[in-house]
Ligand binder design. Structure first.
Ligand SMILES: C[S@@+](CC[C@H](N)C(=O)[O-])C[C@H]1O[C@@H](n2cnc3c(N)ncnc32)[C@H](O)[C@@H]1O
Length: 189
């Protein structure tokens, strides 16, 4: 008897690609479940991801993708983008772009935006602007902080504070594991 919940097959395929490519920055399964949930909440939506990596986060997003939705992801590393594109080659709802994250702008506004490579740190205001009203923003890889304002490395975490207090967002932080936090936000109408 197995005690582990099965992964969607395409997540397993993208994880295999990560191993082949030596890529070690894929999202955690706990974040992945959240990504699938967010995509499922917008069944006709535009779902976007910056930083495809090997396609693990993309595969989780796809696991919740509605028949009327589309998913676009961008990766600046050409080799990774090509490998990830192979995982989704048979699904015309999914586009894997090669280049800078700003290539995503032509598909905005986003109903779901997993901002994971490009934008998150270098242009957070633009990240918020690209969301549709009611659009969901997901940002992972934060270290849990018991303080308010949140702290990281002995200092106030200004980036996290920006998203958590942005006037256009309803935002909160969830623990995806005891050691990892994710910001989840919805853009106000
Ligand atoms: C944390 S990893 C992505 C992991 C992936 N989203 C997942 O969940 O499995 C970040 C990725 O973003 C890419 N990246 C970083 N800056 C970028 C930019 N400005 N435009 C496009 N991709 C970028 C990196 O090459 C890297 O592959």
């Amino acid at each position: 008897m197995t005690t582990e919940r099965a992964f969607p097959p395409r997540v397993t395929a993208a994880e295999r690609v990560a191993v082949e490519a030596g890529f070690e920055n894929s999202c955690l399964p706990e974040v992945g479940r959240l990504l699938g949930l967010a995509a499922a909440a917008k069944p006709n939506g535009v779902v976007a991801e910056s930083g495809t990596g090997s396609g693990v986060g993309t595969a989780w997003l796809r696991s919740g993708l509605g028949a009327g939705a589309r998913l676009v992801t961008v990766e600046r590393d050409e080799d990774l983008a090509r490998r990830a594109a192979g995982v989704f080659a048979d699904d015309d709802r999914v586009d894997v772009l090669t280049g800078d994250w700003r290539l995503l702008e032509q598909y905005a506004p986003f109903d779901v935006f997993f901002c994971d490579g490009g934008g998150k740190r270098d242009d957070p205001e633009r990240v918020v602007e690209l969301l549709a009203p009611g659009g969901l923003l997901i940002l992972d890889d934060f270290t849990p902080s018991p303080h308010w304002p949140p702290r990281f490395g002995g200092k106030v975490d200004e980036l996290r504070l920006f998203y958590l207090t942005h006037p256009a967002l309803n935002a909160t932080e969830v623990l995806t594991t005891p050691l990892a936090a994710t910001i989840v936000a919805a853009r106000r109408l």
